[in-house]
Design a binder for this molecule. Sequence first.
Ligand code: COA
Length: 502
Amino acid sequence: MKERVRHADLQNRVVSRQIAASWIEDGMTLGLSGFTRAGDAKAVPLALVERAKKENLKVNVYTGASLGSDVDRLMAEAGIVNKRLPFQADSVMRKKINEGDMYFVDQHLSHTAEYLRNDALEAVDVAIVEAVSITEDGFIIPTTSVGNSSIFVEKAKTVIVELNEAQPLALEGMHDIYELGKQGERNPIPLQHVDDRIGTQGIPVDLDKVKGIVLTNQQDSPSTIVPPDEETATMADHLIQFLRKENKEGRLPKNLAPLQSGIGSVANAVLHGLLESEFTDLEVYSEVLQDAVFDLLDAGKVRFASGCSITLSETKLEGLLSDLDRYKDRLVLRPQEFSNHPEIIRRLGLIAINTALEFDIYGNINSTHVSGTKMMNGIGGSGDFARNSKLSIFVTKSIAKNGNISSVVPFVSHVDHTEHDVDVIVTEQGYADLRGLAPIERPPVIIKNCAHPMYREQLLNYFEEACKRGGQTPHVLEKAFSWHTNFANNGTMLEKTPQYSG
Ligand code: COA
């Protein structure tokens, strides 16, 4: 313990998870460490769930992103969450949100810290953050994610540290914590290269606020992504074809530009496709570092990766944690407002690859709402990157649910990324480069290159009918959502008899 809690004043603050959970009062707001199942506070939230079995308790829960160890699921099942932000990805919590049993604020991941700094959100009462250690000079060293932990620690009235002995001490030195300062008073962020380190290795904390340290010994939950399949491999091929063209025409060098890749199986598989490509000496400036990034690091394709969390499958995680030194000088983890900061994203000129649920014939993207109303996970960092990157790419399969859903629709049923923030769309059918195209030039390209053949004629018929009505962005407004209502009523977006005769 002394090796991990090195500040002498803190060594007598070790308490049980139950005692730490007893400090949490009904109505409080908690700031939990954790970002896409990595580095999450595991013990105290679960002790709180146990407590809630015997008493009525509701809290607001802020995090970096989704939590592992079933914490989101168990908190949702226990009914203890009043309001959750900024991201979740659990099926039980999703159901509770969509049934109106709890509030969910779906937020750009770089925004939460700014809101907290500006006191525009309910203040954090208790920050509960996972750590590998606390240094001699009182810095908290996070584990496999940084997320929003530094702003939670700064703003919370009380701090509880979960010291996780399952997380190797070798993680020390892998973080870069930089405090942006108040808006209106801050300096430009002095980061010019993906591998620059500009902050401290740990999170500074006012030691008087540290009320307790809870010892834990539990590994992160492995990621739930599925390995690449034939369709995602084809999508990767299309993306590489596009990148090759950009290189040939002099817009991208051989090592491309720093890459960001979103969460989920599709984005991971597409990034994985770069393994077989000629591109090398790559850099990653992303949010979550998934399996594909480590495959690329292992293959020597990626020279450096910066992120705010490491979320890996079970075997990959074991491999990483048992041999961290191999990655130490090629990896850095930063707070999410920093990994996702528009200033940096624009300065470095990233290639951002994120996943859509659906997109429309003009290039608007829906990443979050199934059929326009039901929350899937949240926008995450996709908006931070899409708006500010040099190249904003969205990927998705052209159909879902055995072809009963077309991912290309006349009008998206919810807009996360407007047509102004989307440069290239990739499906297993091909890619559509939308740069420089006026709205009316886009549908023929998108339909021909990206839509599934079974939906192409239906889409072309819609566009033809819309064009007869004219306008900068033609639509048949009364039919714009008919594909979604058809799916809701008949279980398919396919029209049995062509409705749009043109
Ligand atoms: N309508 C309804 N459901 C759809 C759909 C559509 N148009 N397109 C896909 N789906 C369903 C799939 O069938 C699948 O359902 P299942 O879980 O029941 O099998 C589910 O959505 C996930 O799709 P999948 O193709 O497996 O993709 P994924 O794992 O790559 O996840 C997102 C895709 C969009 C859900 C995910 O990337 C996400 O939450 N993105 C938003 C946040 C984000 O981009 N963050 C990145 C910032 S770094």
